[in-house]
Design a protein around this ligand. Structure first.
Ligand SMILES: Cc1cc2nc3c(=O)[nH]c(=O)nc-3n(C[C@H](O)[C@H](O)[C@H](O)COP(=O)(O)OP(=O)(O)OC[C@H]3O[C@@H](n4cnc5c(N)ncnc54)[C@H](O)[C@@H]3O)c2cc1C
Length: 390
């Protein structure tokens, strides 16, 4: 049984544990500590007890070793693979090679969703697919039923999803059905050398620290992965693999699609080929209009550093960096951005960076190909004037 154990012979009733407990779970009764139902087994009292009177007993749970292979969910956008699938396959391939197992893709879709060859060219050894017109619309209920059936039959050890709107909704549903854990929004994945467990790393506490989470006892180990963070897999059309069809299971049809209304395509700075990024060096909210004007003149999207979002100058979807969006443009023009580590984390995949900053020692220059030392507002005005004269 898992639980808090207090050795009454060692306990002297000093009360340090009760003062430390953040949950009010310890009381001193008759000069001995006693735990109540509030105990969350956080272990703080164990660490502070000077008499080693407190311990946590944990039931050893063994993972089921019949689960093998690394899987990725091959989410479709229309009939095409969602961009994050390439990134999952890139990361999944590395994990599978490290573990010496196969990489598989789970593909679900309507009648035209033939993506097996592409998935194999991108690194999958096996593709499990379920194709039916009932699956043409991405809906959680049927997709959960299909994936649950696939997992119970083929038993993957690791199952990765893109942290897209659909992935974030589907993965926890499936994890709950399979009674396993799920780490959401991972930015790093690796394998523990000593026991082969998946190390799932994600920002925690508002991005102030990185937490690495393990799922030692339940299978599969499930994670959603933040889009735009992992390098995408490169296609190799010479690869071969196995394709297996999985029948459509019964599922509750509580939701019926009535009509499909296409939304105008949402533009994300993650997909921008040319990106102009403004930092606090632009000086004022008013100057942001120069940035947007310049961006539209050169056919670019615009992004910003975090202080501009915090200050209400820009909306969050424009934020670049660790707690914003990871971008990979061909050309990034950075204006008045210092280049703090959390910002650089979001631009590491930009091909060419042109940076403008008044400080010749600004860290942004360490990652930029072209460094312009000067006032970005003056330079922006000049660039706009020149572009308009063309
Ligand atoms: C947990 C955590 C997560 C974070 N996540 C992010 C994130 O996702 N994205 C992000 O951007 N930040 C993030 N930050 C904040 C980050 O640490 C920096 O504070 C932030 O990136 C600084 O933004 P900035 O460079 O625009 O501003 P500043 O640091 O104020 O730099 C302004 C720069 O502009 C230059 N400058 C001033 N005037 C001019 C001018 N006229 N012309 C040209 N240059 C000029 C200055 O020399 C300076 O280099 C995070 C911080 C923490 C703690």
């Amino acid at each position: 049984m898992t639980g808090l154990r207090i050795d009454r012979n060692q306990c002297v009733g000093c009360g340090i544990c009760a003062k430390t407990c953040a949950f009010g779970a310890l009381e001193i009764k008759e000069k001995k500590a006693e735990a109540n139902d509030n105990c969350a087994l956080c272990g703080m009292c164990v660490d502070v007890c000077p008499f080693q009177a407190i311990s946590i007993e944990k039931e050893e749970q063994q993972a089921d070793r019949t689960y093998r292979d690394v899987w990725v969910f091959a989410e479709l956008t229309g009939d095409r693979l969602a961009p994050v699938v390439r990134e999952l396959l890139g990361a999944g391939r590395k994990l599978a090679d490290q573990k010496g197992c196969r990489l598989a893709a789970a593909l679900i879709g309507g009648g035209n969703a033939f993506r097996e060859a592409e998935l194999i060219s991108l690194g999958a050894d096996v593709v499990y697919f379920c194709r039916d017109e009932k699956l043409a619309d991405k809906r959680e209920e049927p997709y959960t039923a299909v994936l649950k059936q696939m997992v119970e039959r083929y038993r993957p050890e690791i199952f990765l999803f893109g942290a897209t709107a659909f992935g974030r909704s589907l993965a926890p549903r499936l994890a709950a059905r399979l009674q396993t854990g799920l780490t959401a929004d991972c930015t790093g994945l690796s394998v523990e050398e000593e026991n082969g467990l998946l190390r799932q790393t994600r920002p925690a506490f508002g991005g102030n620290l990185m937490a690495t989470i393990l799922c030692p006892a339940r299978r599969p180990q499930m994670a959603t992965v933040r889009p735009g963070v992992m390098p995408p897999a490169q296609a190799d059309t010479g690869r071969s693999g196995i394709v297996r069809e999985v029948p459509l299971p019964e599922f509750p049809e509580r939701i019926k699609g009535i009509k499909r209304v296409p939304l105008p395509p949402a533009k994300s700075i993650a997909d921008a080929e040319i990106l102009v990024v403004a930092g606090r060096g632009i000086g004022s909210r008013k100057n942001l209009s120069l940035v947007t004007e310049f961006a539209s003149l050169i056919g670019a999207e615009y992004g910003c550093s975090r202080p501009l979002v915090d200050g209400g100058w820009c909306e969050y979807p424009h934020q670049v960096g660790q707690t914003g969006c990871s971008v990979a443009p061909k050309l990034l023009i950075s204006l008045g951005v210092s280049g703090a580590i959390q910002h650089l984390a979001g631009i590491s995949r930009a091909e060419t960076i042109v940076a403008v900053n008044t400080d010749p020692h600004a860290p942004i220059f360490s990652v930029s190909r072209y460094a312009v030392v000067g006032d970005c507002v003056e330079i922006l005005k000049e660039w706009i004037r020149m572009l308009k004269c063309r």
